[in-house]
Each structure stands twice: as C-alpha cells, then as structure tokens.
Design a protein around this ligand. Structure first.
Ligand SMILES: [Cu+2]
Length: 152
C-alpha cells in the first residue's frame, strides 16, 4: 500500500512539473499598431505576420488612441477577440491555426495582421475569407496577401 502511494506521489509530481514547465515556457510577443512606420508605411501592424507557439500570448500596443484589434477569420474552436480602442491589450492563443485580424476603424486602409499559432490547419478557410474580405479593402491589400503567403 505504501509503495502504491509513493508511485502516485511521483506521478503527481511529474504531472505538476510538466504543467509548470508549460506555463514557464509560454512566451509573450508584442505587435505594435502603428499610424506610420519607419519605412513610410501607414496604418500597419508591426509585425504584420507573427508565428507563435500554442499557449503564447500577444500584447497589442496602439501607437495612438485610434487603433484596436478585432479577430475576423480564426480557427473554428478559437475564441473571438476585440480590444478596446486605443488600449494595450493581451490575448492568449490556446487553439492552433491562423488568425486574421484587423483594426476596426482602419481595415479599409489595409490595417490587418496575421498570427499563426503552431500548425496552419485552417489556412484554406482564411485565404477564402480574405479573398471575400479584400473586396472591401481600398489600400494595401498586397501587404495582407504577403502576410498570408508567409504561413507555412
Ligand atoms: Cu488602426
């Protein structure tokens, strides 16, 4: 009986150690929401394409009060997100796949971003959605297509 307890104690310790490690290794990334960048690009997410690991978080940092982020085409099981205007906002990505998001007021100007979490299981759907959505975008469509082409 005592031996059985010991085995369970070890098993529990191993499970806890794995869980704690997973938390310790989750990274935080930053995306800046810029009105203009150093290359003369306007209304741009920086970086526009970002690949992260499952469980990582991203902090979106608006350069001025006019920007935010809103998820548009995301994996089926993922939670939608929309950040308050002009405020720093963090989101943890707990579902693998590709996330296409926009700045709510500036999507027409091409202010979109792509985050890939692990495997790009839903890339076909995102590409399909973008081909429809892009008809409502007046500027910098090629920028968004270039982000999507980096998904692997
Ligand atoms: Cu914006």
């Amino acid at each position: 009986m005592k031996k059985v307890m010991t085995i369970w104690t070890i098993a529990l310790a191993v499970v806890l150690a794995i869980a704690l490690n997973a938390t310790a290794y989750a990274k935080n990334h930053q995306v800046k929401l810029l009105t203009s960048d150093d290359n003369g690009q306007n209304m741009i997410m920086s970086p526009g394409y970002l690949k992260i690991a499952l469980g990582d978080s991203v902090t979106f940092i608006p350069a001025d009060p006019s920007h935010n982020v809103e998820s548009i085409s995301i994996p089926e099981k993922a939670a939608k997100f929309v950040s308050p205007m002009g405020q720093k906002y963090s989101h943890t990505f707990n579902v693998n796949g590709v996330y296409l998001y926009k700045c709510t007021p500036h999507f027409v100007l091409g202010m979109w971003g792509v985050i890939q979490v692990g495997d790009a299981e839903n890339i076909e759907q995102v590409n399909k959605d973008w081909s429809t959505l892009s008809t409502g975008v007046a500027m910098n469509k090629a920028r968004v297509s270039a982000y999507l082409s980096q998904v692997k």
